[in-house]
Design a protein around this ligand. Structure first.
Ligand code: MRU
Length: 367
């Protein structure tokens, strides 16, 4: 998508053909800084520190991390070591495991001498596939927005509420939840996005607002607890969120606070859609609410806030009394019954086991 009129992806291979560049998302929206990643350890650290984040981008970064590892040592031991290191970086987004397993599947049978080249080829493909998948998600989601625009909101903007950042920054390009929004906007359908700020890391306020603004999409940032009020007053036509892992039964894990929005949507008859690429489906998990591992992050993300001062300095300040404990659950799980539909690259599906298995039989059989 566009930054100041120039097309960017969130991650790419540098012209040297081996090092990887990524936008440092910890510095947005205040500074636009591109970082070079030159080793597997740096790729792991980029994921752990949330320099890159968002399920599909975490997967793509891990794939490049495996390629960087193979460039310096392509033994079986290096393959296993790198896979273990990357898998330990963040627990919830299943795209990480999907990408690492995929790289291992391709690389393990090869002679060590062939691994580096094959690893770069597959990592590049994974990144390209993500872009194509998200474009298709956008195409299917666009139909939902277009239908609301035509039937319920002629001449008025369609109001979409989203949570966290499931935008192009969270993927390689397009985003998942934002892809239908960008495609609607680009086709001249009037959309307006309610952007949940998404405490504690503020991915909505800092990232979603930044990327929508740079693409020219009208939007308004709201405190996380505003959605219910807006829905009661018919100010939300539909909600579209991303996800870090969808269980085989259609339960959806996403950034903490998503569940509350789904409850409010259900109570107010607002359609609640989840946009996902197929690598986000975890067919090995039958019950998302009980089985998806939920990342717990540092209390300091809750007790402190970072922002830019009037004179341009980036500062971190404490907002919670010294001595008050803070809990920081990174994700929650929305039960499938609250999900109106899953927007995938193969169409909009019911959030249930049968629909997921029949749309993605090759993934469902592999478990
Ligand atoms: O902790 P983050 O910022 O990696 O969490 C990201 C989200 O929850 C996104 O909404 C999700 O990964 C979907 S991204 C297309």
């Amino acid at each position: 998508m566009k930054v100041d009129g120039r097309h960017f992806r969130s991650i790419w291979l540098e012209p040297d053909g081996w090092s990887v560049a990524a936008i440092d998302q910890r510095r947005l929206p205040h500074e636009f800084i591109v970082t070079r990643i030159t080793t597997a350890d740096e790729a792991g650290e980029a994921i752990r520190s949330m320099l890159v984040r968002g399920a599909p981008l975490i997967g793509a970064t891990a794939a490049y991390g495996m390629a960087l590892a193979m460039r310096s040592e392509a033994s079986d031991a290096a393959l296993d070591r790198t896979a273990r290191m990357l898998l330990a970086t963040r627990p919830t987004a299943v795209n990480l495991k999907w990408a690492v397993d995929e790289m291992r599947r391709v690389l393990a049978p090869l002679a060590a001498s062939a691994r580096a080249e094959a690893a770069y080829a597959r990592a590049r493909e994974i990144a390209e596939e993500d872009v194509a998948i998200n474009r298709d998600i956008g195409r299917h989601g666009l139909d939902l927005i277009a239908q609301i625009a035509a039937t319920k909101k002629p001449g008025e903007p369609v109001n979409v509420l989203t949570h966290c950042n499931a935008g192009w920054l969270a993927t390689v390009d397009w985003g998942t939840a934002t892809s239908p929004i960008y495609q609607a906007h680009d086709r001249g359908i009037a959309v307006h996005v309610w952007v949940d700020e998404t405490r504690p890391r503020n991915q909505g306020a800092s990232l979603t607002a930044w990327e929508l603004g740079h693409h020219g999409v009208p939007h308004t940032v709201i405190p996380d607890n505003t959605g219910g009020h807006l829905m009661q007053h018919r100010m939300v036509d539909l909600a579209i969120v991303g996800t870090d892992r969808v269980a085989a039964n259609g339960d959806v894990c996403n950034k903490i606070g998503t569940y509350l929005k789904a409850l409010a949507a259900h109570d107010n008859g607002v359609p609640f859609y989840v946009a996902l690429p197929s690598p986000t489906i975890d067919f090995s998990i039958d019950d998302g609410v009980r089985q998806i591992p939920i990342e717990q992050r540092a209390a300091s993300e809750v007790t402190h806030l970072t922002g830019r001062t009037a004179d341009g300095r980036i500062e971190t300040v404490r907002v919670v009394p010294e001595g008050s404990p803070a809990a920081n659950f990174g994700f929650d799980v929305t039960p499938a019954r609250l999900v109106s539909g899953l927007i995938t690259e193969r169409g909009v599906l019911r959030a249930d086991r049968a629909a997921l298995a029949s749309a993605f039989p090759e993934r469902s059989k592999a478990g």
